[in-house]
Ligand binder design. Structure first.
Ligand code: ADP
Length: 695
């Protein structure tokens, strides 16, 4: 019931944009004809709510190149020069409560003069996203530091990982641990946990098994289903962990065809049910690359780009059979593979060729009567649910790299979601990319072995908008100005009214198109917060981790968790708790190369938690058992915190049970779950609140 109403609401909200996207073809044509740029771009190539600007101009050769001059129209209004600002706000503060995941309002260099200045961006580690970044920065009129900078910058744009630079302030476009969290094996584990709690809600991820550890389980389960249903003739796809661009992927019909070689021992893989009936366009299989911005982890903020890319196979699709299983151009949609097919079609039009915009696909479906607002709504659900599955692990990485109270940057990240539409239009998640390609050019073979890079208009159109508008959303100066003006408004309203320096500059973005990214969380938080059980478990896990930067819970931390949450009883002795810890930890650490470090990882903690929940609340379905146990733990901890607070106020030193507490646990009021959400979300986020708030 919940699900149905959620989808309806999502559908209604997206209706306007979906319809606009489908109709934009006609408008676009008008715009291009008006601008006399018909030769530069084909009509109907874009379905986006955007004023006619860059696309209407004739395109200079090599324009996608980083060295090309700015592409802004000279007629566009310049940003107004501003008078000097008032007192400089303090930057680069040590991180306080909320574990630093919260979006900071500043974070620019302390030495920086507080005059009106452009946002500074260090692009020295941008790698293959550099060209799209440069264009974005020119459009925004921000200051790029291509070789880095002695002083800190406001934003660091990394091509690969959080660790590309050592940074202690500002913002960085990567979260620590994201690459590890979205790897095929880790993603499959996270999805499996969510599927066990909410099987219906998470049925958008194909059934998967992790190799080699679950090979026997895989064989047994397939045999069992076949025994029950002899007509079932499945196909499976084997994907090496950490692989990309279709590398090492193959299809099988029989579990025994898995290549269990020595490499599989050193490089795990995921074997997954193959989706045999994808939606076809022009008889070809295609997938969707959608860009998702994780703007903040705590509180959770998610944005989805209003358009994405569709990547096409180059050989007409047939359902898999023993003759075509190895036809990669038929079954794998990877651009990097299909580009080597003789049938790959480069096109500057968004609605033809082997790479098109997603909106062009939607227009086409819409013209055939497909309910595209439902498609969008299902995709949004898929994205929010997937991010909810990923955040627990990310939080554990986050506290490791950026512990509470230490200076550090705030993080955001653009993720690439690969989604396959089934014939019945249900979206299925294939994978999440931590570093989606932001290249805006492609290779063309001039003569055998001789290649040149040429700009790809379809890539540029989508990727530049994604980067530029991510930057606009993260704009630290604008966010700071907004914070300042809110602060000024409160106590000294009259003064604030006369002080224009603190007021947001509404015209600064007047020359830019409307924002390309759409907020979906916390906007739809109410419909999805009930799914955030593992997130709440992760908050408990982090609370008991101890003071040292670690991702594993030691036996003392686990005992303290049991004691402080009052979970031991006559039927669960502390000796039984120790055995539980040893059993589950050993299971997770044995033969698992990721878990060499001793201790209990988050997933092992989740397993132990499930076990405890099942014992305590026998008669309920699993997700209710787990939710009840979380409620109980949060309640007990909030009581404990309250007692501690009273003790501290009475100057009696540490509170009750202090002898049980790892140091971080004694600072427990700094937990993310206790951080106040923005006022309008208090209702929606009540799942993450302890039962009793601290005074
Ligand atoms: P990589 O990271 O190597 O690109 P993917 O998981 O994206 O790995 O898989 C590569 C391609 O294989 C996808 O783009 C898609 O075309 C196809 N594919 C992957 N998983 C499935 C599946 N379960 N069913 C059908 N096709 C799939």
């Amino acid at each position: 019931m919940r699900r149905g109403s959620c989808e309806r609401e999502l559908a209604a909200r997206w209706e306007v944009e979906a319809v606009a996207a489908a109709r934009a073809t006609v408008k676009r044509q008008q715009v291009i004809v008006d601008a006399g740029a018909g030769a530069a771009r084909e009509p109907g190539r874009k379905a986006r709510l955007e004023p006619p600007k860059a696309p209407a101009q004739p395109r200079a050769a090599g324009e996608g190149d980083a060295r090309a001059p700015p592409r802004l129209s000279p007629a566009l209004p310049l940003v107004r020069p501003k008078p000097a600002r008032g007192p400089c706000p303090q930057h680069a503060k040590p991180r306080g409560k909320g574990r630093g995941c919260r979006q900071s309002s500043g974070g620019s260099p302390e030495e920086e003069p507080c005059l009106q200045r452009p946002v500074t961006v260090d692009s020295s580690k941008a790698k293959t996203s550099l060209d799209a970044l440069k264009i974005s920065l020119r459009q925004l009129k921000w200051k790029e530091f291509p070789f880095g900078r002695r002083l800190p910058c406001d934003i660091y744009w990394h091509g690969v990982s959080f660790h590309d630079n050592d940074i202690f302030s500002g913002q960085v476009n990567k979260f620590p641990g994201m690459t590890e969290t979205v790897r095929k094996v880790t993603l499959s584990r996270a999805m499996r946990i969510m599927q066990s709690l909410f099987p219906e809600e998470y049925n958008f991820y194909p059934r998967s098994w992790i190799l080699p550890e679950e090979f026997q389980l895989f064989v047994a389960q397939v045999r069992m289903v076949k025994a029950n249903d002899p007509s079932w003739k499945p196909t499976f796809i084997v994907k090496p962990d950490g692989g990309s661009q279709g590398d090492g992927i193959y299809l099988i019909k029989d579990p025994n065809d898995i290549r269990l070689s020595r490499t599989l021992q050193s490089r795990p893989a995921v074997v997954q049910e193959y989706i045999c009936k994808p939606l076809l366009i022009d008889k070809l299989k295609f997938d969707i690359r959608l860009y998702v911005l994780l703007k903040s982890l705590d509180p959770l903020e998610i944005y989805i780009a209003k358009d994405g890319l569709s990547r096409f196979c180059t050989e007409p699709y047939q359902e898999p059979n023993s003759q075509n299983l190895h036809h990669v151009f038929m079954h794998l949609t990877n651009y990097s593979l299909n580009i080597h097919s003789g049938k790959f079609i480069h096109s500057d039009s968004a609605n033809t060729g082997s790479k098109r915009t997603f909106s062009s696909i939607l227009s086409r479906l819409s013209s055939k009567g497909v309910d595209i607002k439902k498609v969008w709504s299902d995709i949004i659900s898929l994205v929010i649910k997937t991010v909810i599955a990923l955040t627990p692990e990310l939080k554990v990485y986050y506290q490791l790299d950026i512990p509470t109270g230490r200076p550090g940057p705030t993080c955001f990240q653009i993720l690439g979601f690969d989604i396959l539409l089934m014939k019945n239009l249900k979206p299925m998640l294939l994978e999440v990319n931590a570093n989606p390609s932001m290249r805006i050019e492609h290779e063309r073979e001039l003569s055998p072995g001789v290649f040149e890079n040429i700009p790809s208009l379809v890539d540029e159109e989508v990727k530049v908008a994604v980067i530029r508008d991510t930057l606009r959303l993260m704009d630290p100066l604008k966010n700071r100005k907004e914070t300042q003006s809110h602060e000024l408004e409160k106590p000294e309203k009259e003064e604030a009214d006369t002080d224009v320096t603190g007021a947001p500059d509404d015209n600064a973005e007047a020359h830019l198109p409307s924002i390309f990214l759409k907020q979906v969380f916390p906007k739809y938080a109410k419909q999805f917060n009930y799914l955030r059980l593992v997130d709440r478990m992760a908050n408990l896990f982090i609370r008991f981790l101890g003071i040292k930067g670690t991702m594993k819970l030691g036996p003392t931390g686990f005992r303290t968790f049991i004691r402080n949450c009052r979970l031991s009883s006559s039927s669960l002795s502390m000796a039984a708790v120790d055995i539980l810890y040893i059993d589950i930890t050993r299971k997770w650490n044995t033969g698992n190369p990721e878990h060499r470090e001793s201790g209990m990882c988050l997933q092992a903690f989740v397993e132990a938690f499930f076990f405890l929940a099942q014992r305590k609340f026998k008669m309920l379905p699993l997700h209710e058992q787990v939710a009840s146990l979380i409620d109980l733990c949060e309640y007990q901890l909030s009581l404990l915190d309250e007692k501690r607070l009273v003790c501290t106020q009475n100057n009696t030193g540490a509170g009750p049970d202090a002898q049980d507490s790892p140091s971080q646990e004694t600072n427990s009021t700094e937990q993310p779950s206790v951080a106040s959400p923005p006022p309008q979300e208090i209702d929606a986020d009540n799942l993450t609140q302890p039962k009793q708030a601290l005074s």
